[in-house]
Design a protein around this ligand. Structure first.
Ligand SMILES: Cc1cc2nc3c(=O)[nH]c(=O)nc-3n(C[C@H](O)[C@H](O)[C@H](O)COP(=O)(O)O)c2cc1C
Length: 198
C-alpha cells in the first residue's frame, strides 16, 4: 500500500486531497474537507482538463443565416422520448440562431474531422470559412448536418434553461444518423484519438 501512496501526485488542494485519497483506497477514512462548499474557477477548470470528452459541432440555421460552434458540453437525456441537451455560451454566435430557429443539430466528429473542430472553435470565424470544410446536408429541421460524422442528432428545442454564462437547450431528436467510425476526443487542451487497450 505504501508504494501505491508514494506513486500518487502530491495533492495541492483540499478537494484534490479528498478525491485522491478516495481513489487510492476507496475508504471512508478521509476527514479533510473543503473549507466551504464552493470551489474557485481555476480549480474547476484544472479538474475539467482531466475529463476526456467526445467533440461535437452544434449547428443552427435561421433563414439564410447558419453557424455553429465546437462543443463538449453535450449529453443524452433520455431515449423515450429521444432527448439531448447542449450547453451554449450566451455569447456564442450560434446561441441566437438556436433561439430564433428553435432547432439545432449535434454533429459528433470522427477523428479525421479535427479540422472542422478547429474551424468551429476559432472565435467569430465567418460561416463561409467554417462550412467550407466537409459536406453539409440537412435532415428534418434544416440545421446543418455533417456527412461522415460518427453520430448526428437533429433536434427541435423543447426547453431553454439559463445557467450562469450558458443556456442549456433541451432538444427532442427528430433525425439521426450514425457511422461506425473512430470518434474525435478532447482532453487537457488537445484533440486526441481513441486507442484500444491490449
Ligand atoms: C474542445 C472545445 C469544447 C468546447 N465546448 C463548448 C461548449 O460545450 N459550449 C460552448 O458554448 N462553447 C464551447 N467551446 C467554445 C466554442 O467552440 C468557441 O467559443 C466558439 O468560437 C464559439 O463560436 P463563435 O466564435 O461563433 O461565437 C468549446 C471549445 C473547444 C475547443
Amino acid at each position: 500500500m505504501a508504494t501505491a501512496h508514494n506513486a500518487l501526485p502530491v495533492p495541492h488542494s483540499p478537494v484534490q486531497a479528498r478525491s485522491l485519497a478516495h481513489g487510492a483506497e476507496r475508504s471512508s477514512e478521509v476527514t479533510e474537507m473543503p473549507a466551504s462548499d464552493s470551489v474557485n474557477e481555476a480549480d474547476f477548470k484544472t479538474a475539467m482538463r482531466q475529463v476526456t470528452s467526445s467533440v461535437a459541432v452544434i449547428t443552427a440555421r435561421s433563414g439564410r443565416a447558419r453557424n455553429g460552434l465546437t462543443a463538449t458540453a453535450v449529453c443524452s437525456v433520455s431515449a423515450e422520448p429521444p432527448t439531448m441537451l447542449v450547453c451554449i455560451n450566451r455569447s456564442a454566435t450560434a446561441d441566437g440562431l438556436i433561439d430564433e430557429s428553435g432547432a439545432f443539430a449535434i454533429n459528433f466528429l470522427a477523428d479525421e474531422q479535427h479540422k472542422v473542430a478547429r474551424l468551429f472553435s476559432t472565435s467569430k470565424l465567418s460561416p463561409e470559412e467554417r462550412f467550407a470544410d466537409g459536406r453539409w446536408i440537412s435532415l428534418a429541421t434544416g440545421s446543418p448536418v455533417l456527412d461522415g460524422a460518427v453520430a448526428t442528432f437533429d433536434c427541435r428545442v423543447i426547453e431553454k434553461v439559463p445557467s450562469g454564462t450558458h443556456h442549456i437547450y433541451f432538444g427532442r431528436v427528430v433525425g439521426v444518423t450514425s457511422l461506425d467510425e473512430e470518434a474525435l476526443l478532447y482532453r487537457d487542451g488537445s484533440f486526441r484519438r481513441l486507442a484500444a487497450i491490449g
